[in-house]
Design a protein around this ligand. Structure first.
Ligand code: AMP
Ligand code: MG
Length: 209
């Protein structure tokens, strides 16, 4: 049976970090939707995400980091405009698609040489990622094809015992997925509309997306 702990509990962060470091799965609150998180450098743990969700193996996962200073560890040859968006919009509901470094496993990227990466706005999520010492891979914490969860109860209803620990931080403030922009092509491309309006991103970089 999975356990649920309030984000306000003094033990919430340390319990989540213990589960992640042991290769387990944590229901992680973010401002967009609840994520199903595993340490991204543990291939077996990442494999558990796919099994728990029933997600097809080639379907890439978004990497979540806690600070912009970690970006170079996971992404290479970052265009200036992508960096500009990261500085303006993170933490927040924007995911950047960039060239990956060797620190990112193909298990996370579905075999691709590119990585999708963001910093969530939720403070508890950022503390957990920071103390875990590695980025976490986290798709939405629902079964493949189901609606994305915006409360801890949704995660419990959908995944039950498949998730080791759920951090309950109440309702997600945004409630829709992150906007994804691909910076691996000549012109930045909008891959998925989401929490950050594309027009706002265009005016930040002065470039069409
Ligand atoms: P989610 O289902 O919210 O976890 O978001 C994952 C989505 O991010 C995927 O469905 C892709 O659209 C996109 N994505 C993540 N990583 C990559 C990648 N390496 N290449 C292309 N798209 C990616
Ligand atoms: Mg999803």
């Amino acid at each position: 049976m999975s356990s649920v702990i309030s984000s306000h509990s003094p033990d919430a962060v340390s319990q989540a970090v213990s589960v992640l470091n042991a290769g387990g799965l944590v229901g992680l609150p973010t401002e967009t939707v609840y994520g199903l998180a595993a340490r991204a450098d543990l291939d077996n743990a990442v494999e558990h995400i796919f099994r728990a969700k029933g997600r097809p193996a080639g379907h890439p996962l978004i990497l979540h980091i806690s600070d912009i200073s970690e970006l170079n560890r996971y992404a290479a040859n970052i265009p200036n405009s992508a960096l500009q968006l990261a500085q303006h919009c993170w933490p927040g509901p924007l995911t950047l698609l960039l060239e990956k470094t060797n620190a990112v496993s193909h298990r996370v990227t579905g075999g691709r040489e590119t990585v999708a990466i963001r910093i969530p706005a939720n403070l508890c999520a950022r503390k957990i990622i920071e103390q875990c010492g590695n980025a976490v891979a986290a798709p939405s914490a629902n079964l493949f094809g189901h609606v994305s969860p915006t409360t801890a109860q949704h995660v419990l209803n959908d995944l039950g015992a498949k998730v080791d620990l759920i951090i309950d931080d109440g309702d997600c403030t945004i409630g829709v997925e992150s906007t994804i922009v691909d910076f691996t092509t000549d012109q930045p491309q909008l891959l998925r509309p989401g929490g950050f309006p594309a027009e706002d991103l265009e005016s930040i970089i002065g470039q069409q997306i």
